[in-house]
Design a protein around this ligand. Structure first.
Ligand code: ADP
Length: 151
């Protein structure tokens, strides 16, 4: 006996997958950080997306690899450009919450053609970033189905 669940219960397991069970730690930078420093941060933290927060630690923007590459082409003064000038900003940020299903999060990423979502907790002031969901998390969740089930 393998101890694995029967293949028939895969759909129940999929529907039951929550953002909170698969999310990663978010990597955030301040709005006034330079594009140069953001690039260094992205490499050092080994992530593809940085979330930008204000002085109150509330989400104000998103920086992807291509945002940083686009700015870097033909620009020699990357240390003088603050990231808030080039980031995708609120209210145009697609996010999720930890009680959301992973299927809902996956659907948002595919529909918006983006690689990651901030996991947020909202209050009167705005959104605090508590996690991150990427396509890698979705792939890991997909793989966990074959670990947990008799496939
Ligand atoms: P890359 O640019 O590295 O391919 P993405 O596909 O994730 O990465 O990003 C594409 C564009 O969408 C970028 O301009 C980025 O700022 C923006 N973006 C990324 N994630 C989000 C998000 N969660 N909400 C809104 N915009 C986003």
């Amino acid at each position: 006996y393998s101890g694995k669940k029967p293949v028939q219960s895969v759909t129940d397991s999929m529907i039951g997958m929550k953002v909170r069970d698969f999310q990663s730690i978010p990597v955030v930078v301040a709005e006034n950080v330079s594009v140069y420093d953001a690039i260094c941060h992205m490499f050092l933290e080994d992530v593809g997306t940085l979330f930008v927060v204000n002085n109150s630690s509330l989400l104000t923007g998103v920086l992807s690899r291509k945002d940083l590459l686009r700015t870097s082409i033909g620009n020699t003064e990357l240390d003088k450009i603050p990231v808030h000038v080039i980031m995708t900003r609120m209210p145009n940020i697609t996010y999720c919450e930890k009680q959301d299903t992973l299927l809902q999060a996956a659907k948002k990423m595919i529909e918006k053609q983006i690689d990651s979502l901030p996991v947020v907790v909202g209050n009167e002031e705005g959104f605090e970033v508590v996690g991150r969901i990427t396509k890698t998390n979705i792939t890991a969740a997909f793989l966990s189905l074959s670990d947990d089930h008799e496939l």
